[in-house]
Ligand binder design. Structure first.
Ligand code: NDP
Length: 189
């Protein structure tokens, strides 16, 4: 996040695509949506894909719903799931019939930034639920976008907050940084 008087896009344009380790530049966004593997993918959705892979979640042919359409999470998350052959729906604040959409999802990724937005009625039995949300309550505690205690009994897999997607984001940032450094070394050689 940048101070309000600074135009985020202007700053992003100044970052070399080769060092753009959170995959924000138009070049890296284009590579992701084109399914090209040599660009940088935003760390949070990349971490989600790594989690899905680690737990052998089958994505191809699955009905995936991404709640949220930000450039940092929702849109790249949807692109990655689409590239992995899921049928993807992106939902946002203007989406109608949101509860039913979520309840039909085999894979539900919540990135809305609202505490416990996803409740048990919105989740299909056996669904995989990924909670990206990090919301700090007045009591100082971190909570996700998913009501974990209510939703977990219905899920085949679910990520907690904290300790789920957050650490994966950090790991992917390191991974992308190493990838960038290695690319640079290759160019020099
Ligand atoms: P944004 O505020 O940029 O985007 C939120 C999205 O949620 C928007 O697309 C918005 O819709 C949608 N939304 C908001 N309210 C509703 C609603 N009532 N119904 C349906 N959709 C709604 O947030 P970010 O994507 O940056 O972050 C989302 C959450 O993920 C936050 O809690 C953030 O802290 C967390 N986060 C966690 C990370 C991690 O490492 N775990 C990394 C990055 C973010 P619209 O576009 O129509 O306004």
């Amino acid at each position: 996040p940048l101070p309000k008087h600074i135009d985020t896009n202007k700053i992003l344009e100044k970052i070399s695509p080769q060092k753009d380790v959170d995959g924000f530049s138009a070049i890296n966004v284009g590579k992701l949506t084109s399914g090209l593997a040599d660009g940088f993918v935003p760390c949070t959705p990349l971490g989600v894909m790594r989690l899905l892979e680690e737990y052998s979640v089958q994505i191809a042919g699955k009905n995936a719903v991404v709640l949220g359409r930000s450039n940092i999470v929702g849109k790249p998350m949807a692109s990655l799931l689409l590239n992995a052959d899921a049928t993807v729906t992106i939902a946002h604040s203007k989406t109608k019939n949101l509860k039913q959409l979520c309840a039909d999802a085999d894979i539900l990724v919540a990135a809305v930034g609202r505490t416990h937005f996803v409740n048990a009625d919105m989740v299909k039995e056996g669904a995989v639920v990924i909670d990206v949300g990090i919301n700090r309550g007045e009591d100082g505690k971190l909570r996700g976008d998913v009501d974990f205690d209510a939703v977990a009994p219905k899920c085949s897999l679910i990520t907690p907050v904290p300790g789920g997607v957050g650490p994966m984001t950090i790991a992917m940032l390191l991974s992308n940084t190493i990838k960038s450094a290695k690319n640079r070394l290759k160019q020099r050689a």
